[in-house]
Design a protein around this ligand. Structure first.
Ligand SMILES: [Zn+2]
Length: 173
């Protein structure tokens, strides 16, 4: 798995929610029903790219590794978490944000983000008794967590910070 160039990322029309069959613990990936462990492997590979890639990242969306699914990993609440099928709605005014993106290495953009959002979707978690499990997410995020969630969910809709932000030069001191 590797981060693909922007022009090789799947277009927004192709990025689909992940269908799940919770009873059999199967997910539909690239037209095949596969066990949750296959989805977990994708997530942990993406997490590995954030931690050990050429540039460190605090979030990565499946589209960035060329996969047309609504999945992303993000460092939220102080831990790496695995989200799928998420949507958000702004619950506050917008504030200035300065962001980079692993798909736009070395570039920085100024844009506006909600400081508080509500998110609906799913998360893949490990339950001590049940093993891998997909749970519902319906909660608010604020501060940096809200910014990370907006950035990653925007990737599901083909939105990059270069589309909605203004590039600036990072001055070295
Ligand atoms: Zn990004």
């Amino acid at each position: 798995m590797e981060i693909v160039p922007v022009d090789q990322m799947p277009s927004k029309e192709l990025i689909l929610p992940v269908e799940t069959n919770q009873g059999d613990k199967l997910v539909l990936m690239e037209e095949n029903w596969v066990p949750y462990t296959a989805l977990y492997k994708e997530f942990t590979d993406m997490e590995h790219l954030c931690k050990h890639g050429d540039l460190p990242g605090i979030g990565l969306s499946a589209a960035q590794v060329g996969k047309p699914t609504q999945c992303f990993v993000a460092f939220i609440d102080g831990e790496w978490r695995h989200f799928l099928n998420c949507k958000y709605k702004g619950m506050s005014t917008k504030k200035n944000s300065m962001e980079g993106c692993l798909s736009l290495p070395g570039r920085h953009f100024r844009l506006e983000r909600y400081s508080k959002i509500k998110v609906w979707g799913n998360e893949l978690v490990i339950d001590m008794e049940e093993g891998l499990k997909i749970i519902e997410v319906s909660r608010t995020f604020s501060g940096l967590d809200a910014v990370i969630m907006q950035h990653e969910i925007d990737h599901h809709y083909g939105i990059l910070i270069s589309d909605i932000g203004k590039e600036f030069e990072m001055r070295r001191r």
